[in-house]
Design a protein around this ligand. Structure first.
Ligand SMILES: Nc1ncnc2c1ncn2[C@@H]1O[C@H](COP(=O)(O)OP(=O)(O)OP(=O)(O)O)[C@@H](O)[C@H]1O
Ligand code: SF4
Ligand SMILES: [Mg+2]
Length: 369
């Protein structure tokens, strides 16, 4: 992501959610508004100071910690980071599907509205139509007792008041859109009769049935075998362009991220710690955590043994006062344990949240105070 003309990720970061749970009582409170976003932006989705806290038996856990970013039209943003860094939590807070134990604050601005300030009914109406999500496991996203046609027709009719026959035609179009072979035959199939790749295509068809402005994808290919993964990723990219959607994709896999995305946001302990155009960030990471992720990544044909980042992420219920990465960072100094790093520009459209990054100029975002 860049600060001028693309998906923008700037200071502060957040995350979390749980599919299928009752979200009607998710506590949503709004933070005081920041300065108005610039009206000239072509951003569709703008997230500001998003925080997601979970009340747990051992205290409150901050899974998403003041995350802010902006997605611009036609760009794909990849979100990477170790397990537990808050990637899914962030997506689920954006979609509004957190469990009752979650407290979500901040702003999720889409088409001039703050989704966090909508009533539960209004919010539900935005799902699938404004923001839609593809989950990791296509099996759990589909109901085994209904055919593909029944599920697609139902989804189409949730978004538009159309007759069954119109919805059926649309269901067929959607299967064609996601490039399912012999789509007319697949309509009458049950999910168990389809391969994993085909099931995920059906799930994607359902996700785009309401022509959403933003498509979120949470590890959408990890349950699939490698050859199918590449095809599904290509489909995402094609759909994003054909349907003119903004897209965020969460993945552990840096190769997947590099393949599909324009920009990347690196999450650690609930915050975005580095962001920028994906090619330059992964080629020359600035933040020590991103450097660790890149070194830990296995590349095809690589001879050098990948080096895992030592230690483990901190407890989100007891974050250290300074940089959250300090306990694991090879180059940490005393200041790192005391001072929370602010974003520092480290190149065109890039920033890093590290006290020892060398600034390359001002952070190019009108939203960074
Ligand atoms: N419903 C919940 N209640 C309590 N804690 C939760 C809940 N959902 C997520 N968390 C916690 O929030 C933190 C962030 O979880 P999240 O699922 O967002 O991580 P992630 O980055 O998506 O990890 P992964 O790569 O493993 O999917 C974790 O510590 C997790 O245990
Ligand atoms: S602020 Fe300090 S501890 Fe944190 S990443 Fe930078 S050098 Fe490491
Ligand atoms: Mg996750």
């Amino acid at each position: 992501m860049r600060f001028a003309g693309s998906a923008h990720v700037f200071r502060q970061d957040v995350a979390d959610g749980e599919r299928g749970q009752d979200m009607s009582e998710t506590i949503v409170t709004g933070a005081p508004p920041l300065a108005r976003p610039t009206e000239t932006t072509s951003a569709t989705l703008e997230v500001r100071r998003l925080v997601t806290d979970f009340r747990t038996e051992s205290g409150t856990l901050r899974a998403v910690n003041e995350v802010s970013f902006r997605l611009d039209r036609g760009r794909v943003l990849a979100v990477i980071g170790e397990s537990g860094s808050g990637k899914s939590a962030m997506l689920r807070s954006i979609l509004g599907i957190q469990p009752k134990s979650a407290i979500v604050t901040g702003e999720v601005l889409l088409g001039g509205r703050d989704l966090l300030r909508l009533s539960p009914k209004e919010r539900a109406a935005t799902r699938g139509r404004d923001v839609s999500m593809v989950f990791q496991d296509p099996l759990t996203a589909l109901d085994p007792v209904y055919t593909v046609e029944q599920q697609l027709v139902e989804t189409v009719r949730t978004h538009a008041e159309v007759s069954r026959s119109t919805a059926r035609r649309r269901a067929l179009e959607l299967l064609e859109l996601v490039q399912i072979p012999s789509p007319a035959e697949r309509l009458s199939a049950y999910p168990s009769e389809l391969s994993g790749g085909m099931r995920q295509r059906v799930v994607i068809a359902m996700a785009v049935a309401g022509s959403p402005k933003v498509l979120l994808a949470d590890e959408p290919t990890t349950a699939l075998d490698v050859t199918v993964q590449a095809r599904i990723l290509r489909l995402f990219r094609e759909l994003q362009q054909a349907q003119d959607m903004d897209m965020m994709i969460v993945t552990h896999d840096l190769a997947v991220a590099a393949d599909i995305a324009d920009d990347v946001a690196v999450m650690y302990a609930g915050r975005i710690v580095e962001a920028g155009p994906i090619g330059t960030v992964l080629r020359a990471p600035s933040h020590p955590y991103t450097q660790g992720l890149v070194e830990a990544n296995v590349r095809p044909g690589q001879r050098i043994r990948p080096r895992a980042i030592p230690g483990a992420p901190p407890s989100l219920a007891r974050l250290p006062p300074g940089c959250s990465f300090a306990p694991r960072c090879d180059v940490a100094t005393v200041a790192c344990w005391q001072e929370l790093p602010e974003p520092v520009a480290v190149g065109p459209g890039r920033w890093s949240r590290c006290l020892h990054s060398t600034p390359s100029g001002p952070v190019e975002s009108p939203h960074v105070a």
